[in-house]
Write a protein that binds this ligand. Structure first.
Ligand code: C2E
Ligand code: SIN
Ligand code: SIN
Ligand code: FE
Ligand code: FE
Length: 408
């Protein structure tokens, strides 16, 4: 929507419809992506980022920059990880501390008497030229601070950078207030899932929330790229990606049904124990079998089928017996494209991550050895298309891996 040629009522209506859409999104990353896109659109800002408050600090959580990265989907910069203290020394820190919106016409001509200064390191590293900045604290309608939205380099119709104007100041904070509610809800959903996973995986001290975040993000970004290649519409891709990230985070939730003696065994499993552990796919799938939402059906596909192999030799296809019927899951051995795409993607994400991690029964493999296995299993364990895409977005995969490390 373009402020200049639209009437105020139209702009407000448009904002309201975006807010309505935000309320249907579930995962916080997708919400941030949409909020940034819309806030930039409202103000014609070339770039922007969102910082979320976490453990008393501002954690850099999302970024767009049309000039530097464009806007064609998979963006490794989104996984950049740093924090800024909440104090009056930085622009975003000051906004979070005081709850004030800051309008800066030229980042390089800040009044020397101001407590905060502009951090030039991003410009210096990237060659980007920041000029105008609009920094808005993200507060929910009941006043809870969620983070800070920063919009950079508003542009006029010709694309020339201009200061943020009165209209920007009217609409962007209004939008930000409503967006904060959606963001807060997205954070709560993610935390709920991480807590569920803790039940399932923190029983095994080597499995953590970081594994869940990585597998969710690998799966989401691989899906994004593959869906683009399949020619799906960007808007649709982003919506599905949102659900797939959550579903992939829950891939091993069925491990709650596996006895500790097997799950935590410090060594190789025997044949019978391994047959038992394979039930985690069926237990996981059973949690989502009665439900009707698209999220539930993706959770079912991924939990049940993430150990299928492209060549058909995976599981749970081999476990066709009474218990499966009790759980009302129709289990057949799937191969190739009969395996749901999100499960084929999650299969690679999970194995790539498991091999790089310490387990009660194995050490972490070096990266080269893992990549060799991934190549070797192309067309055997893994869908060839998924393997090819993995190597195409390998820089994003690495950015995710370094963002979500085990914190001891
Ligand atoms: P996980 O540890 O998350 O591993 C997920 C998948 O990564 C495995 O699925 C397997 O495909 C791959 N993977 C992990 N480690 C290795 C490895 O050292 N070599 C190779 N070639 N692939 C590896 P899988 O085999 O179906 O196992 C499912 C789950 O069963 C594992 O999840 C783990 O929780 C458990 N598990 C499997 N084998 C053993 C074992 O020997 N001892 C113990 N204690 N648990 C095991
Ligand atoms: C930063 O990028 O470190 C903080 C951004 C700012 O306050 O200018
Ligand atoms: C960054 O990518 O370092 C943040 C840019 C900014 O908002 O200062
Ligand atoms: Fe699994
Ligand atoms: Fe796993």
């Amino acid at each position: 929507m373009d402020n200049v040629c639209k009437r105020p009522m139209d702009i407000v209506k448009n904002i309201m419809s975006v807010i309505e859409e935000l309320n249907h999104l579930k995962d916080v990353d997708t919400i941030l992506d949409r909020v940034l896109f819309e806030a930039r659109h409202l103000t014609r800002a070339d770039a922007g980022s969102i910082f979320l408050i976490q453990d008393g600090q501002l954690r850099f959580s999302y970024v767009h920059n049309d000039t530097l990265f464009g806007n064609n989907g998979v963006n490794k910069h989104v996984y950049t990880d740093f924090t800024v203290p909440i104090n009056d020394k930085s622009i975003v820190g000051y906004a979070a501390l005081t709850g004030k919106t800051l309008v800066i016409d030229d980042a390089y001509e800040l009044d020397k008497n101001l407590p905060y200064s502009f951090n030039r390191s991003f410009d210096e590293e990237s060659g980007y030229a920041t000029r105008s900045i609009l920094t808005i604290p993200l507060k929910t309608l009941r006043g809870a601070a969620v983070g800070v939205l920063q919009l950079i380099n508003a542009r006029d119709e010709e694309g020339v950078v201009r200061p943020f104007n009165e209209d920007d100041l009217k609409y962007a904070p209004f939008f930000a207030n409503h967006a904060s509610v959606a963001i807060e809800r997205g954070i709560m959903t993610r935390e709920l899932i991480l807590r569920m996973m803790k039940m399932a995986e923190m029983r095994d001290p080597s499995e953590t929330g970081a594994h869940v975040m990585r597998v969710g993000s690998y799966t989401a970004e691989l899906y994004h790229k593959i869906a683009q290649k399949l020619g799906l519409e960007e808007h649709e891709i982003r919506r599905t990606k949102d659900l797939i990230r959550l579903a992939a985070m829950l891939h091993d939730v069925g491990k709650v049904g596996i006895p500790d003696a097997i799950l935590k065994k410090p060594g190789r499993l025997d044949k019978e124990e391994f047959a038992t552990i394979q039930w985690h796919t069926v237990f996981g799938g059973a949690l989502f079998v009665n439900t009707t939402s698209e999220l539930d059906s993706l959770c079912l596909d991924i939990a049940l089928h993430h150990h299928e192999r492209w060549d058909g030799n995976g599981y749970p296809g081999v476990l066709n017996d009474d218990l499966a019927r009790v759980e009302r899951l129709c289990i057949q051995n799937l191969a190739g494209e009969d395996i749901p795409l999100p499960a084929r993607i999650c299969a690679l994400a999970d194995v790539y991550d498991a091999l790089g991690s310490v387990r009660s029964y194995k050490n972490a493999w070096p990266e080269e050895r893992i990549l060799a296995l991934v190549r070797e299993e192309r067309g055997r364990h893994f869908d060839p298309q998924v393997v090819d895409t993995f190597f195409e977005i390998y820089d994003t995969i690495q950015a995710i891996k370094s963002k979500y490390q085990e914190r001891k």
